[in-house]
Unconditional design. Structure first.
Length: 211
């Protein structure tokens, strides 16, 4: 079942990519609509996949690189639909599917085996901290894509629309990243007795936040 859902998600993302490519040849709103449908179906397939792993393992599917990348893919698609409700960029589903396929493709190279949680991860903070951080990465990733489109010479997109979309995505990503850093510090205090240890992950998280 899980393999079927992942394959279905791959297929839907590839279909979105194909529809986006066709739209660059034939400018029709129908292709945008179909692209959003296939993107939505891909998100549903990933939702079922993550739900199945959660039920199988008994804990949130965020415990290793494979699960984190699949969740990041899921987050990219979710943020796309949340941010695109009021600021639609024609053909942006093509870019979103590229980013999603990149993450899902990397995940496919990793071991998908469900293993018991190590003691350090047996906490509800795993769900709160990691999910918030991944959603932040997704929002900021979409902001990066829209910024690239804004700088593209001879772009067919409206500059003001892209600018507004990028602003919304950046604000959402910054808020989520702030929450992620705070939740990570609280979890660290619960696990190791101090909020901050200046290890590489914490340090680069803080640098990213300041930037």
């Amino acid at each position: 079942m899980n393999a079927t859902m992942i394959n279905m998600a791959f297929g839907c993302l590839l279909a979105t990519l194909l529809l986006g490519a066709l739209r660059r040849l034939v400018a029709r709103s129908t292709l945008d609509f179909l692209g959003n449908v296939t993107l939505g179906l891909g998100w549903i397939a990933l939702t079922v996949f993550l739900g199945g792993r959660w039920q199988l393992g008994g804990f949130a599917p965020l415990s290793n690189q494979y699960e984190s990348l699949v969740f990041l893919t899921w987050s990219v698609l979710l943020c796309h639909f949340v941010l695109a409700t009021s600021r639609t960029i024609d053909g942006f589903g093509f870019c979103t599917s590229l980013l999603a396929l990149l993450f899902l493709g990397i995940a496919s190279l990793l071991d998908p085996t469900v293993r018991p949680l190590v003691p350090a991860l047996r906490s509800n903070w795993l769900l709160f901290h990691v999910s918030t951080t991944m959603l932040a990465y997704a929002a900021l990733g979409l902001a990066t894509l829209s910024s690239i489109l804004y700088l593209k010479p001879g772009r067919e997109f409206a500059g003001d629309t892209i600018d507004a979309f990028t602003c919304r995505a950046t604000i959402l990503g910054f808020i989520l990243l702030t929450l992620g850093v705070i939740l990570g510090a609280v979890w660290a205090n619960e696990a190791w007795g101090k909020y901050w240890s200046w290890d590489p992950k914490e340090t680069w998280s803080l640098i990213t936040w300041f930037v």
